[in-house]
Design a protein around this ligand. Structure first.
Ligand SMILES: [Zn+2]
Length: 283
């Protein structure tokens, strides 16, 4: 099978996991993960051309319960960008804003908020609900904000995208000089990733396409005009709590995930490496 690294274009890769099932949503697609022998990137191969079919009924886009909101704004708070770190009136774009949870929790801050979600009907619904602009067309976003954004956040978004260089270039154009590019991604070089292997909840085939590690982020930052200022290890319970149901019952089950969630909290506090955040600045 031909391999083509989406970062360095090397054509030699080592097969890591073959025919991975969708344990989370049980979609009928099986995918392979390879590690590039030149730069070490883990990615799907072949890379899917159309990923929209993976997202029918995607829970991240659905309305959440009060309990989920509470957990998101308390226990999961460390994985989200800290809005206390920016000046009042700053322009903040949450790119790939999903269910809008982060933006909703930031509405009371004195910030100029906007979001981006590629699904047009979803972005319209979200915009109406939150009362802020949510774009689904990148050209429109760029024409309104080119060189003006102070902070761009991507919470668990990059791993869903097949062209990391493209997204770095696009976000560079939106940011002001000195602007912050903050993102969180699952860390495939972590204890929980090694412990659960192909059953690791954050592998999430077929939706997760690439797994950038710190060396890749550093190289991408240099190439695209950013400086990597900080790397953070974050305690995120979902990786551990979501993997246990798959180990015991062969698939993700929400009720069991909730039962395992306290264990996930303990594990992620003891080994806060399953998720990493990167803080870059536009030079
Ligand atoms: Zn590579």
């Amino acid at each position: 099978m031909s391999f083509n690294c989406v970062l360095c274009e090397s054509i030699t890769g080592e097969l890591i996991y073959a025919n991975c099932d969708d344990f989370y949503l049980q979609k009928p697609y099986r995918v392979n993960y390879y590690r590039c022998e030149a730069c070490g990137l883990t990615q799907q191969s072949p890379m899917p051309l159309d990923t929209s079919v993976f997202y029918d009924d995607y829970p991240i886009h659905k309305k959440k319960s009060w309990l989920f909101r509470k957990i998101q704004s308390t226990i999961m708070k460390p994985v989200y960008f800290s809005i206390g770190d920016v000046s009042p009136k700053s322009k903040l774009l949450d790119y790939g804003c999903g269910d809008g949870g982060f933006l909703e929790n930031s509405l009371n801050a004195d910030l100029d908020l906007t979001g981006f979600e590629p699904n047009h009907s979803h972005s319209k619904r979200l915009s109406k609900k939150l009362g802020i602009p949510i774009y689904s067309d990148f050209s429109e976003l760029l024409s309104n904000y080119e060189g003006e954004i102070d902070v761009i956040t991507l919470h668990f978004v990059l791993e869903h995208l097949s062209k990391p260089h493209d997204i770095f270039q696009k976000l560079f154009r939106l940011l002001k000089p000195g602007g912050i590019f903050f993102f969180t991604i699952p860390n495939i070089d972590s204890i929980e990733a090694r412990l659960f292997g192909r059953k690791w909840h954050a592998l999430d085939p077929p939706r997760h396409l690439t797994f950038l590690e710190e060396t890749h982020v550093h190289a991408m930052a240099l190439k695209h005009g950013f400086e990597l200022k900080k790397t953070l290890h974050l305690p995120f319970p979902n990786g551990f709590a979501g993997s246990l149901p798959v180990i015991f019952f062969g698939r993700f089950r929400y009720f069991l995930f909730l039962v395992c969630f306290p264990l996930g909290i303990i594990f992620s506090r003891l080994f806060p490496c399953g998720t990493k955040a990167y803080w870059l600045v536009k030079i």
